[in-house]
Design a protein around this ligand. Structure first.
Ligand code: NAD
Ligand code: GLY
Length: 368
């Protein structure tokens, strides 16, 4: 079990990591509960698998739970569901000093966090992430958002949780494909900033996706420590440090857009392939060696994730993929900074990339 502090002046919080912690959620969150009932948000899956455990843990401190339950999937990150959630919270008389519980993956965390950010100009929330991706990434750092017809995560707020409870045992019910997608965000921390952790992932990735408790707990702890450090340094993504967390996301976003943000390619799967492309493009630009780029590709492939663009069966060309990238939120004064690698364990922002060169590179990758 580990407790990682996200150090933010006046708004710091703990991320509790450990198998079985959900059963202690009442005790862990006691300081954030002022009434005899709390509002909790889940989707049908996280509620079905883990809702009763959260209820029992809160019953231990004599607190009841009122549930707002959404359909699973990105559709819950919408104006419509947000409006219904906020109205429901207002009907329940939720006040600024109250804390809403988010039990679920990144979708539930982002939706609940954004509702908490706007409700009465900001009330509290507690993240109880139940996917690997949410435990290592989305539940920590305070980015909250919904999607609109113009794109993903375009409306949101920075709003930090008061507490994160990451229980590895909740991942026992997660489908294997979702474990793989979450693992992409784990190995990302090694590739972008910690060569030793990358080495560890090369040796232990299969144990993580295979849900070995010790390996999983170590991977979540290392990932949260890395994210907490970066968020403490650059909470609002203004200095460039936090932007490094988007390694693989620009290429990945293009792939997600081309596959219609559908089940054909989960976000983490897009990030995994995106990291391979970022590594190979870094080699093309002469920053890293081709053998290091292929080491990244092999580590991704070894965890069961797609590592070859040609394997996706896309019918578009590189120019079309490059055009998708121009909708990236990182666009800055008409240019798109790329997160590339100086070596495994050191990512940096390159503002001098020509989109025509990216398109040419992608044509080669599409051809295989
Ligand atoms: P998700 O929340 O859709 O969960 C994936 C699937 O797993 C869903 O079907 C869900 O119902 C199911 N599920 C959740 N917990 C389960 C459990 N324990 N057992 C069985 N099934 C379970 O997806 P995700 O991958 O967790 O998160 C993706 C979302 O996170 C995206 O919307 C993305 O934009 C967002 N995100 C946000 C940040 C951030 O910093 N805020 C970072 C990365 C991703
Ligand atoms: N997932 C990227 C970030 O939190 O900044």
């Amino acid at each position: 079990m580990a407790v990682i502090r996200v150090e933010l002046a006046g708004r710091g919080y703990d991320v509790q990591v450990g198998a079985g912690l959900l059963d202690q959620a009442g005790t862990l969150a006691r300081d954030f509960i002022r009434k005899d009932r709390v509002a909790a948000v889940a989707d049908r899956n996280s509620h079905r698998h883990h809702g009763a455990r959260l209820e029992a843990a809160l019953a231990d401190i004599d607190v009841g739970v009122d549930w707002f339950i959404t359909e699973p999937g990105e559709g819950a990150k919408s104006w419509d569901v947000l409006a219904r959630l906020v109205d429901w919270l207002l009907e329940r008389g939720v006040e600024r000093g109250d804390h809403i519980f988010a039990l679920g993956g990144g979708v539930i965390g982002d939706l609940t966090g954004f509702a908490a950010a706007v409700l009465k100009r900001g009330c509290g929330f507690v993240q109880v992430p139940t996917t690997l991706l949410a435990q290592v990434d989305s539940s920590v750092g305070g980015k909250t958002a919904i999607n609109t017809s113009a794109g993903k995560n375009l409306v949101g707020a920075f709003h930090q949780p008061a507490l994160v409870i990451a229980d590895a045992a909740t991942l026992d019910t997660l489908p294997p494909r979702e474990m793989g997608a979450g693992y992409a965000e784990v190995i990302k921390y090694g590739i972008l900033g910690d060569a030793d952790f990358f080495d560890w992932c090369e040796a232990n990735g299969a144990k993580v996706t295979g849900r070995d408790t010790d390996a999983l707990e170590y991977a979540v702890t290392k990932s949260v420590e890395a994210k907490a450090r970066i968020v403490a340094e650059d909470e609002r993504e203004t200095s460039g440090t936090r932007a490094l967390l988007n390694l693989g996301h620009t290429f990945g976003h293009a792939l997600e857009a081309e596959t219609g943000f559908s089940d054909r390619l989960l976000h983490g799967e897009g990030v995994a392939l995106g990291m391979v492309l970022a590594a190979r493009y870094s080699a093309r630009r002469g920053y890293i060696t081709s053998s290091d780029a292929e080491r990244v590709a092999s580590a991704i492939a070894a965890s069961g994730l797609a590592s070859e663009l040609s394997s996706l069966g896309l019918t578009c060309d590189g120019q079309k993929l490059a055009a998708h990238m121009l909708h990236d939120k990182k666009m800055d004064a008409g240019t798109l900074p790329f997160i590339l690698l100086r070596c495994i364990g050191e990512a940096f922002l390159d503002r001098s990339v020509e989109m025509s060169d990216v398109a040419d590179f992608l044509d080669g990758e599409l051809a295989g």
